[in-house]
Write a protein that binds this ligand. Structure first.
Ligand SMILES: Cc1ncc(COP(=O)(O)O)c(C=O)c1O
Length: 212
């Protein structure tokens, strides 16, 4: 097989859409509920069941979900948020939306992910949160990060944009952080065209003053 033919078969960005998706879309159009509606509610329920989390909230994008997670965590002006130096720009952008400062930390070249050591090197007296990314779907090693962050009262937000279906410690990614977000952009494992999802539970607890 030629290289061109092989590349045509391994299309990482072209969504796999067919008759089933066309039928589902037609049902939505016929219902008249083209933004929020029964399908979104059902999707939230199905997604949270698949991710083994109690609740999930649909958003217009993963970027919106990141923004929301930071707002709910009470992050704002004067706060530092550690983000990976290797990630999609939305991760750092969301930090600026709440007036906080993104502080970039290194990643492990073997996994592309941040580690407790690289986060520790980026901590400042103003660090209030860290956004870890499951780079390309590779689960971040969260246990040592949790240990570090708990010691400093730092909220962990997991950007699992590319990691639907990935697992960590025998559970879907996103279950161990304080909040987790996913993307349904067309280049992701599961797509709705555009869209995101957020697991906010523990973050709400943090915002209420009972920091984990
Ligand atoms: C790691 C990461 N975070 C956030 C996003 C933003 O997702 P969305 O396009 O749904 O806002 C992406 C999109 O590629 C991403 O790869």
């Amino acid at each position: 097989m030629s290289t061109e033919a092989a590349l045509a078969r391994i299309s990482v960005l072209k969504p796999w859409l067919g008759e089933e998706e066309a039928r589902a879309l037609a049902e939505v159009l016929a219902s008249g509920w083209i933004t929020q509606g029964a399908k979104v509610k059902q999707f939230e329920a199905d997604f949270s069941a698949a991710q083994e989390v109690p609740h999930a909230v649909a958003t217009s994008s993963c970027t919106t979900a990141l923004h929301l997670a930071l707002v709910v965590a009470g992050i704002g002006a004067g706060d530092d948020v550690v983000v990976p130096s290797l990630a999609f720009i939305a991760t750092a952008n969301a930090v600026t939306y709440v007036g906080a400062r993104p502080v970039f930390c290194d990643v492990d070249p073997a996994t592309g992910n941040v580690t407790a050591e690289t986060i520790r090197a980026a901590l400042t007296p103003d660090t209030r949160a860290v956004i870890v990314v499951d780079q390309g779907g590779v689960p971040v090693d969260l246990d040592p990060i949790r240990e570090l962050c708990d010691r400093h009262g730092i909220t962990i937000i997991e950007d699992a944009a590319c990691a639907i279906g990935s697992r960590y410690r025998d559970r879907p990614v996103g279950t161990w952080a304080d909040a987790a977000v996913w993307s349904f952009h067309e280049g992701k494992i599961l797509t709705t065209g555009e869209g995101g999802m957020e697991r906010v539970m523990t973050c709400i607890r943090a915002a209420a003053g009972a920091r984990p």
